[in-house]
Design a protein around this ligand. Sequence first.
Ligand code: ADP
Ligand code: ASP
Ligand code: MG
Length: 470
Amino acid sequence: MTPNPTIMKFGGTSVEDASAFRNVAAVVKTAVPLRPVVVVSAIGGFTNALLTSVQKAIGGDARAATRSLDPDLKRHVAIARELLNPESCAAFELTVAVTRREIRQLHKIIALHPVTHPPLQDEIVAYGEQLSAQLLAAVLRESNLAARYVDARRCLRTDDNYGNAAPLPETAAATRTELLPVLESSKIPVLGGFIGSTDKGVTTTLGRGGSDYTAAIIGAALEAREIQIWTDVSGVLTADPRIVNKARTIPLLSYQEAAELAYFGAKVLHPKTIQPAIDCRIPVRVCNSRAAGDAGTLIVAESAATPQTVKAIAHKSGITTVQVTSARMLGAYGFLRALFEVFDRHRTAVDVVTTSEVSVSLSIDNAGALPELISDLEELGAVEVEEHRTIISIIGEGLRSTPGIAARIFSEISDINVSMISVGASSVNLTFMVDESRAPETIKRLHYICFEAPENPVRHAELAAGEVTA
Ligand code: ADP
Ligand code: ASP
Ligand code: MG
């Protein structure tokens, strides 16, 4: 019997240079019996460069906009020259030249009509994934793998919310129509992540970091055996390794824990990745493309995950908190509805909410509409805004049942001003807000007591449950 396919998604850091492409080819080669479908991000740094080029074009200088992309376009060509045979290399170089010409035209249109930029920005940014996917398909063929480039925009059908498009239900059928014949002919489909198209065929993107989401959507459509996210660290770690150098791999997470971690800032997974996996009960595995032998993290349904006290500490910086205080709230109904309508009107998502009798505090990570929000909220009560805040989230199924953990955590950081403490509805996270300037030390100290200190409460809980022997 042929196995259900395995989705293998490689992030930008896994395809930043020729040796990274070589690693990817080696990883895919070992997975051939698992019927891989390969999803790839733009090469590291290219999406940022493409977005910056759009800003340059909006500023009126189309020539500078296109020229700013030349170093990254040359990186693509350098990788092709190192890894492809002359014929495939020439074909790819032609693709790069055509891409440059097309982007040049789009930059010119934006420079002349800057207000038209949202769909054109997506059109431009999408070249990042199209180029990397075409290059990776050619590199895989060079390794004698039967890879076939597929334009992901034919699979991912989305609404027209440019820059943050949502997939439409027809995506599942379109994905099967495009990919099943390729798989049935024993070929390996290779597609760009992050990109899609509307029903009118206009290019869209799914939001920054969205290639993980593409992998999950395709996985759900194909009833994949597993969705693998290949990145530059060995799985989901106990904290952001850029802050905590002793962060270590979490072997097993429940969907719920992984979703909370991603939502509260663990960049290793896009926050929307887990839902399609939950819907179809597909395991998600996070692995290191630079150390393919490392075990990584397996994310499965809650019932299969071992409950432990704390699994990880996530954080999200650049948060703004808004507090609305009004005596009208006391015993009244309709106040919260009016309050949330303001956020709705300004299309601003709220992350965390806490309330007291006469005030409501809310956190937002997109303060783009802040002045308008404040002026509408002032009709409801006195408004106080604090910027440069960080949400810190302690995550683990065991939080549900372990008394004393919150006391231990807050006594450790009693000298740090903490606000908006809340326990998520799912009870697998304990969340609070600190000033951005105190966030790194807060995270380091909490990581120490939760995962490093010999007398840490988590370790005791694990030992008591016989789960840790070392
Ligand atoms: P990719 O290009 O593969 O999509 P990303 O940069 O989006 O990679 O995500 C991987 C990065 O996420 C890691 O290099 C790490 O710095 C960061 N990160 C933040 N929090 C965590 C965490 N808890 N576990 C693992 N990585 C994390
Ligand atoms: N290339 C896109 C980005 O940088 C999508 C991704 O990497 O997942 O946001
Ligand atoms: Mg990513």
